[in-house]
Design a protein around this ligand. Structure first.
Ligand code: NAP
Length: 249
């Protein structure tokens, strides 16, 4: 798929209710704003309320549908927290048409021989456990959608295990498997699809932390990679499930 040639309809996501995790910054922020500008009611998830409030105001000032805010710290979220999140969405919307599992952390760029176990746990909790637990908890609301899309953020190192990428790489391998297994197990529900997206090198705080020597200006911005995100969230990707995509292809 060549996303540079994909031009989404202006009302691609009209009437959809879409949860974006980690929407306070980076790629998640751009996705939340773009989904809203294409008609979606976006549920802004993140761990930093003040950042979510800024995005909320930005979306409102653009005249897009009024979003909702749902803060949750994914590194320590309990089963009860997920239940409360589902109850809130159920009461407010009664269904869910999409999830972009975008929240993620890098962890440390050190060899496994020296990898701190507590950092490993945090990376796995945010990058892998949360997308699994959230998707599982939200399946009943997704099943009520006419055409739902679940998109997981992967990475190049989620397909190619490279030295010094530690828990991050392993969590993204897990995310690729998670998406494929959900797709296979839920195949009978033709109204829900599950896919992965690898954004590729993108100008964000995470990328700057991973490559401190790199000039960020040489990289595409989150805005530049939005066609792929819109394609996977909207009806143009109906029928595609269990696949993995490169946003910069
Ligand atoms: P980013 O700028 O660091 O943003 C990550 C977002 O996740 C932030 O909004 C952050 O919230 C949120 N988050 C982190 N830990 C959280 C937690 N414990 N609970 C709730 N929210 C949490 O990263 P990004 O570059 O946009 O990356 C987005 C996704 O793309 C990630 O899954 C990443 O692995 C993947 N990716 C990125 C690149 C790249 O080049 N940028 C390449 C490959 C894959 P705060 O703002 O409050 O910290």
């Amino acid at each position: 798929m060549n996303f540079k040639e994909y031009h989404p309809a202006p009302d691609l996501l009209k009437g959809r209710v879409i949860l974006v995790t980690g929407s306070g910054d980076g790629i998640g922020r751009a996705a939340a704003i773009n989904f809203a500008l294409h008609g979606a009611t976006v549920v802004l998830h993140g761990r930093t309320l003040t950042k979510l409030e800024v995005i909320y105001d930005e979306i409102e000032s653009l005249g897009a549908p009024q979003p909702a805010i749902l803060p949750l710290q994914l590194s320590s979220a309990s089963a009860r927290d997920y239940e409360l999140l589902v109850d809130t969405l159920e009461q407010q919307f009664g269904r869910l048409d999409g999830i972009l599992h975008n929240a993620g952390i890098l962890g440390e760029r050190v060899a496994l021989a020296n990898y701190p176990v507590e950092v490993w746990d945090e990376v796995m909790d945010v990058n892998l456990r949360a997308p699994f637990a959230l998707t599982q908890a939200l399946l009943p609301l997704l099943q009520r959608s006419e055409n739902a899309s679940v998109v997981f953020a992967s990475s190049g190192v989620g397909r190619d295990a490279r030295a010094l990428w530690g828990a991050y790489s392993i969590s993204k391998f897990g995310v690729e498997a998670l998406s494929k297994i959900f797709a296979a197990e839920m195949a009978e529900y033709q109204n829900i699809r599950f896919n992965c997206i690898n954004p590729g090198a993108t100008r964000t705080a995470m990328r700057a932390k991973a490559y401190p020597q790199e000039d960020p200006k040489t990289l595409p911005t989150p805005e530049d990679i939005m066609p792929a995100y819109l394609y996977l969230m909207g009806d143009d990707s109906t029928g595609i499930s269990g696949q993995t995509f490169d946003a910069q292809s």
